[in-house]
Write a protein that binds this ligand. Structure first.
Ligand code: C2E
Ligand code: MG
Ligand code: MG
Ligand code: MG
Length: 285
């Protein structure tokens, strides 16, 4: 399971048969104890507003450091956490941690308008999701609009009508909602405009090589245009080069996120990064 899942092509949705290998069973055993053994940490990746030139949001991304195996990527353990149902408690822990952190950074005036948190389809399809989230947010004393929940396009397509109902419940709480990995799940325009969403996050794979790949240029351009026509905020993921960022800027993409702007960092590192950037803005004035 140490195999890297990095890919430079777009992976479209397919339901693969899951084969339990000895490695996987071992991983599952470790995963059961990871939460109580404090092996998880939340990292944060900055999102840059291209119009203001400021870091105005961050995405919470879970990290698992096993004492012997070292870092195990979310791509490997999230699917397992979903199959076993462990994602419910893990996801709740991420949400709580990210909310507390968002509250702290908000009080420090570091310029963050919201914090994005990923929701698994398993959490999303849980009947009690919105009550649970309402409770967590209330406990941290955060305004609901400071949390943006990210749900993948694929998860939203599983049961379209149920998804619309759940999204409406979350929207009624005042949260921001984003469609993650947009472009990989074949959702229709008609469906998108029925969703009470704020943001489209365009998948990495369309950004990669956009400066040379004409097809990706067309896709990015029309996704941005369409999103704006629907009144949505557009975030491009996986921006690694200045050429990619310039292209996105030229096509009026709203936010960029990727290694060029900053890798996912632990809380102390992101805080230092935000403070440093704010100090630079002050000097420039
Ligand atoms: P995602 O939500 O689409 O997150 C973006 C992924 O792209 C992250 O991978 C991030 O580290 C990576 N990334 C960011 N910028 C770049 C870049 O410039 N180049 C490249 N090559 N990659 C970039 P990560 O952290 O490994 O997470 C992978 C996926 O695991 C996430 O995709 C998300 O679906 C899931 N995930 C991560 N944390 C959580 C969580 O707390 N809960 C749930 N349910 N899923 C999570
Ligand atoms: Mg995400
Ligand atoms: Mg994504
Ligand atoms: Mg992804």
């Amino acid at each position: 399971y140490a195999k890297s899942q990095k890919s430079s092509y777009c992976q479209f949705y397919q339901s693969d048969m899951v084969v339990a290998t000895a490695d996987q069973i071992r991983l599952e055993t470790w995963l059961r104890y990871a939460l109580e053994r404090n092996e998880f940490e939340v990292y944060y990746q900055p999102q840059l507003n291209l119009r203001t030139g400021r870091i105005e949001a961050a995405e919470a991304l879970i990290r698992w450091k096993h004492p012997e195996m070292g870092y195990i990527s979310p791509g490997q353990f999230i699917p397992l956490a979903e199959e076993t149902g462990l994602i419910i408690s893990i996801g709740q822990w991420v949400l709580e941690t990210a909310c507390k952190q968002a509250r702290q950074w908000h009080d420090m005036n570091l310029g963050l308008r919201h914090m994005s948190v990923n929701l698994s389809s398993v959490q999303f399809n849980q009947g009690t999701l919105s009550q649970q989230i309402a409770h967590t947010i209330k406990n941290t004393g955060l305004s609901p609009h400071m949390i943006e929940l990210e749900i993948t396009e694929t998860a939203l397509m599983q049961d379209a009508n149920a998804a619309i109902r759940t999204l409406n419940e979350l929207k009624d709480l005042g949260m921001r909602l984003a469609v993650d990995d947009f472009g990989t799940g074949y959702s229709s325009l008609g469906y998108l405009q029925k969703l009470p969403i704020d943001t489209l996050k365009i998948d990495n794979c369309f950004v990669r090589g956009v400066t040379t790949d004409h097809k990706n240029q067309v896709i990015l351009q029309s996704a941005i245009q369409m999103g704006h026509d629907l009144g949505l905020c557009i975030v491009a993921e996986g921006v690694e080069t200045m050429d990619e960022q310039s292209f996105l800027e030229a096509y009026q993409c709203d936010f960029v996120q990727g290694y060029l702007i900053g890798k996912p960092m632990n809380a102390a590192q992101l805080q230092a990064y935000l403070e440093q950037r704010l100090a630079l803005v002050q000097i420039a004035v």
